[in-house]
Design a protein around this ligand. Structure first.
Ligand code: AMP
Ligand code: MG
Length: 335
């Protein structure tokens, strides 16, 4: 039976094909991430990468789950937000496959997909979401039928900040995991660390956040001779504490008791621990999906497509991408 939904993710540096079955059960994705040796990601180069690997990766995900093309009953893709050239490749592949297989097409909201895979994986119902990824940093909650952004970064995403700081030290993309290791090494050497001489700006502005000042100040500490692993530790403590503070205020204002982490930075054990501590202090609970569903993945796109397909499909005319699609533009038509 052609009951599987295929999900195609191409918002940034990762191309990923994932699947859910007819009951909406998620299956691991096949992914390929462009990792430039030096410098940041150029949207055109990422788009070319996605084009080059798309056909092989699609075959791979089918083989991985012993499926044939006729098992696919619908095609979902990230319609936004993200980098225009990358999104266009995903949309083109999705249109092509849906037309060729003669199955419904559905464009979905990438940020909302992060929330829904987290809810599904963690079994939480109505969480405040702390969405911390490369390009996005948002605190989100469901209110009146939509996921509302209660606070967000006013400049760069937290992951981009970590990646840029790492790149300046000669650490290749993605820098976040390496910064985590260096910070951990610092704590092993200094079990009772002192912030003296390692202070950084702490940019919480109301419910919003900012990270570019933190990036500049951390670089200045390095330039003034502070050890790299000490600065990595301080950088994580400051950046994560500001996110957790806004998340806590969101929980207090909305009265919600669950916190859900999402996005690539949610792979970090330190931010997971900080969220758990804050939530348990409030007699709430903090959840984080497995790492493969924190980073960008096609499975979350397939899952949201499967949820929304009960109510709508996307015609070819409506299938254009939207780089600036907002989290609160998507009505929640599922439960
Ligand atoms: P995404 O944009 O959701 O695909 O996530 C990619 C971002 O997650 C990049 O900025 C990575 O540096 C970051 N990231 C991945 N793993 C970790 C980690 N363990 N700690 C901090 N950041 C991470
Ligand atoms: Mg993402």
């Amino acid at each position: 039976m052609a009951g599987w939904t295929l999900g195609i993710e191409t918002t940034a540096h990762t191309l990923s094909f994932g699947l859910v079955d007819a009951e909406g059960t998620p299956y691991p994705a096949a992914s390929d991430t462009l990792r430039p040796d030096q410098g940041g990601i150029h949207p055109r180069e990422a788009a070319d990468h996605h084009k080059d690997v798309a056909a092989g990766l699609f075959q791979k995900v089918l083989e991985q789950h012993e499926l044939g093309i006729n098992d696919i009953g619908a095609v979902a893709y990230s319609q936004g937000p993200g980098l225009g050239p990358c999104l266009r490749v995903g949309a083109a592949v999705a249109r092509g496959l849906a037309t060729r297989m003669d199955v419904p097409l559905i464009g979905v909201n990438h940020c909302v997909a992060h929330i829904e895979i987290g809810r599904q994986q963690c079994g939480c119902d109505d969480p405040v979401l702390l969405y911390v990824s490369g390009g996005n940093t948002q605190v989100i909650a469901r209110l009146n039928g939509r996921y509302r952004v209660l606070g967000e970064t006013l400049d760069i995403g937290i992951g981009n900040m970590l990646d840029k700081f790492a790149r300046n030290q000669g650490i290749p993309f993605p820098g976040g995991p390496k910064i985590e290791q260096l910070a951990k090494a610092y704590l092993e050497e200094n079990p009772n660390p002192d912030m003296e001489g390692l202070q950084l700006p702490y940019a919480v502005r109301g419910m919003d956040l900012a990270f570019s000042g933190l990036l500049t100040a951390a670089q200045r500490l390095i330039d003034n001779g502070a050890p790299l692993n000490a600065v990595c530790w301080s950088l994580q403590e400051h950046a994560f504490a500001s996110c957790v503070e806004v998340a806590e205020r969101a929980m207090a204002h909305t009265g919600k008791t669950e916190l859900l982490l999402g996005g690539g930075v949610a792979c970090n054990q330190r931010i997971r621990t900080m969220c758990e501590e804050m939530s348990s202090d409030r007699e709430g609970a903090s959840f984080a999906p497995p790492r493969m569903y924190c980073i960008d993945n096609g499975t979350m796109i397939a899952l949201l497509g499967w949820l929304e397909l009960k109510k709508r499909t996307t015609s070819l005319e409506q299938s254009a991408i939207d780089q600036y699609l907002r989290t609160d533009q998507t009505p929640i038509v599922w439960s």
